[in-house]
Unconditional design. Structure first.
Length: 151
C-alpha cells in the first residue's frame, strides 16, 4: 500500500470524494454533514492523502491545521471495494505519524453518532482517541460525536 499526498484532480480520487459525500448524505441530516467537498479539501491548511495499490485507489484521509499545535482529521474514507482490509488503519497511522512529525500536540475529529459510524468510532478508540466536547467552530449536535488524541 502506497500512501501519498494527492492533489484531488484524478478521476478515482474525485469518485472517492463523491462516494464519501454521498455516504454522509445517506447517514446524516444536511445540517450535520461536516465533510468537505473537493474545493474545501484544496485549502492551504489541508493536506490530503490517498492510499493506492498499483493504479487502484483504496482510501483517503486528510488533516486540517487548526493552529500550530492542533490538527483536525478530515475525510477518512475507504473505497467500497476495499472495506475490512485494514486500509483505514494504515491511513490513520500515517496521518498520526505525520501530525507528530509536524509538531502538533493534539489531533481531533468529528464523526457521526449513529450506528452506521460505529466502525469508525471503534477505529479511533483503538488508536487512543477519547470522546470530547465540540472543538474549533463546531456546535454540539446530536448527530455528531467529537473525539481527540494527545500526540
Amino acid at each position: 500500500m502506497d500512501i501519498r499526498v494527492d492533489d484531488l484532480t484524478g478521476a478515482q480520487v474525485i469518485g472517492l470524494i463523491a462516494e464519501h459525500l454521498q455516504g454522509m448524505a445517506d447517514d446524516s441530516p444536511p445540517e450535520s454533514i461536516h465533510a468537505l467537498n473537493l474545493d474545501g479539501l484544496k485549502k492551504p491548511e489541508i493536506t490530503f492523502w490517498c492510499a493506492w495499490e498499483e493504479e487502484e485507489i483504496l482510501g483517503c484521509g486528510a488533516i486540517k491545521e487548526l493552529h500550530k499545535e492542533h490538527a483536525e482529521l478530515k475525510s477518512m474514507r475507504t473505497a467500497k471495494n476495499h472495506k475490512r482490509k485494514g486500509v483505514a488503519r494504515h491511513i490513520l497511522a500515517h496521518i498520526i505519524e505525520e501530525a507528530i512529525n509536524r509538531g502538533y500536540k493534539r489531533i481531533s475529529l468529528e464523526t457521526g453518532s449513529t450506528d452506521s459510524f460505529i466502525p469508525a468510532r471503534k477505529l479511533y478508540e483503538n488508536f487512543g482517541f477519547t470522546y470530547c466536547e465540540a472543538f474549533a467552530d463546531y456546535i454540539p449536535d446530536g448527530n455528531s460525536t467529537f473525539m481527540t488524541k494527545e500526540l
